[in-house]
Design a protein around this ligand. Sequence first.
Ligand code: FES
Length: 102
Amino acid sequence: MSDNRVELSLSELGEGELTQVTVGGEPVCVARTGGKVYAVADQCSHVQIPLSDGSLEGRQVVCPWHGAMFDLETGRPTCGPATEPVKCYAARVEGDVIVVED
Ligand code: FES
């Protein structure tokens, strides 16, 4: 398996939860919310805090440090202080597995 592709069991990530995986050597935040899975770079674009330590608000991840929010579909900040987007990764469910790819 390429290290640009990571799989985790769907049972490892409950609805409303966040976790960190490594894709291509980079930390990636995987989120399960609204019956879908998303993956974005696991570093807030404000001060590089892991977003996987934050929380979910609908389809947005909330940074645990200063509360910036990022749309998980686009990576764009929807609430400051962050102004730059975070990178989005491809994420999907295949059977009972979550696949994340760069
Ligand atoms: S480190 Fe994320 S909002 Fe400041």
